[in-house]
Design a protein around this ligand. Structure first.
Ligand SMILES: *Cc1c(COP(=O)(O)O)cnc(C)c1O
Length: 424
């Protein structure tokens, strides 16, 4: 079969043998485009239509304010949190859905700095990857500027994080999968090194939860945040979530102390007392409709075996890499990021000098990919709905576009050369 791996039929056979092929039908992909940017915004699960319709009609319209209690809406941040917990290897009571990932990160990072300073007054450094997602860097800098004036943010290359674990490090803040390169950091090794050096670790799971198996409790990570609208398919602006290990929770405080994080919100006490459990991480009313959509996205994701998801994610990337090597290298297109599948998350990037033109060419042929200027194209290979033939068709579309572009460029060069004499 390997000999035929440049034929579309080979990819059709891979789809036929795919244990996850049934998952695709759970998504509404009734448009004609192929989504390679599901790692930015996953497509709507079919069930989301019905869930939202029912919530608006049967619960919101009919029950009105009582709906908060009658339908357990107030507990949903914890209920959905526990569902997300199952995806990331966290026992119940340690994950809660909150606000956007950025706001959630603000809360956990403030709390982490406080835990660290209680342990040792000299620990005030947030150690992070200089290539971390900008919002994560901005939030860390904002805390150092406005909230914890003694804290400093130290940005170093991800490869050298463990070399910078001095006794002044309070918390290591890292993205599990790099949003640009797709590099997957060794969560267990880094967590163990950080703990050995006396630091806490806060992982951003935005590009890994739902596609890379995570063993939060087993590894013993301290804190994590993650995103609801990427591989969890929670819809545009879906809230993110927070994980706080149960051993830290009793003393963990966060600074946005709103009423729904209170131990008894409906007693309306004048002073704040945190909820004894994970609800202390919450602040105000949850964005209920978005939370319902997230709950549905998480439920769909949870139907797939995480190890089958990881295996398909790797296989899609390997097939993609092979096709790019064989068919696109001659045009100067190259794969970037880690070469080893075990060191990648579920997206890959191609480097090409005229990336914007190539992206436009793909878009005109029905493929949605993400441009990361100046020269990168990012492809999210979401195993629940991307097929092997999608990968094949996409590379073929790039090959056709680039071949035509090359002819155009040659014609243009010849024309310019011919006209050149006249102009000079
Ligand atoms: C997508 C993403 C976020 C999202 O942040 P929001 O506050 O939800 O907009 C945060 N961190 C990383 C690493 C991301 O990739």
């Amino acid at each position: 079969m390997e000999a035929n791996s440049d034929h579309r039929r080979f990819f059709e056979l891979l789809d036929e043998a795919d244990p996850l092929s049934g998952m695709r039908a759970r998504f509404d992909l009734s448009h004609t485009r192929i989504f390679f940017n599901g790692n930015s915004l996953g497509p709507p699960p079919r069930g989301t239509w019905e869930r939202l319709r029912a919530v608006i009609q049967d619960e919101w319209r009919n029950d009105m304010n009582a709906a908060w209690w009658d339908n357990d809406w107030l507990n949903l941040p914890r209920v959905t949190g526990d569902r997300i917990g199952r995806l990331i290897g966290a026992a119940p009571g340690q994950v809660v859905v909150g606000d956007s990932t950025s706001v959630n990160l603000f809360k956990l990072l403030c709390g982490a700095l406080q835990v660290a300073s209680r342990r040792s007054s000299g620990r005030s450094v947030v150690l992070t990857d200089s290539d971390n997602f900008p919002s994560d860097l901005y939030i860390a800098d904002g805390i150092a500027q406005h909230v914890h004036p003694h804290a400093t943010v130290r940005r170093v290359a991800a490869d050298s994080i463990v070399d910078h674990l001095g006794d002044d490090v309070a918390v290591v803040l890292l993205s599990h999968v790099d949003y640009r390169s797709g590099r997957l950091l060794p969560m267990r090794d880094i967590t163990e090194s950080a703990h050995a050096a006396g630091a806490l670790v806060l992982w951003d799971l935005a590009h890994s939860a739902g596609v890379v198996p995570i063993d939060a409790d087993d590894i013993g990570i301290d804190l994590a945040v993650g995103c609801g609208y990427k591989y969890l398919n929670g819809g545009p602006g879906a809230p993110g979530y927070m994980y706080v290990a149960s051993r830290l929770l009793p003393d963990f405080a966060q600074p946005i102390t709103g009423w729904l994080g209170h131990a008894a919100p409906f007693d309306f006490e004048p002073d704040y007392r945190p909820d004894p459990g994970i609800a202390r991480l919450t602040t105000g009313c949850p964005p209920l409709l978005s939370l319902i959509a997230l709950d549905e996205g998480v439920a769909v994701t949870a139907q797939a075996d995480p190890h089958a998801v990881r295996a398909k994610s790797i296989a899609l990337a390997e097939q993609f890499a092979g096709l790019v090597r064989r068919r696109l290298a001659r045009f100067g297109v190259e794969m970037t990021g880690p070469a080893a599948a075990a060191e990648r998350g579920s997206h890959v990037s191609l480097r090409y000098p005229s990336a914007a033109r190539l992206a436009a060419g793909l878009s005109a042929r029905g493929f949605d990919v993400e441009l990361r200027p100046p020269d990168l194209l990012r492809f999210g290979l979401a195993p629940l709905y991307i097929r092997y033939v999608d990968v094949y068709d996409c590379v073929e579309a790039m090959e056709q576009f680039l071949a035509a572009d090359l002819v155009d460029a040659e014609v243009a060069t010849t024309d310019t050369a011919a006209e050149g004499d006249l102009r000079r």
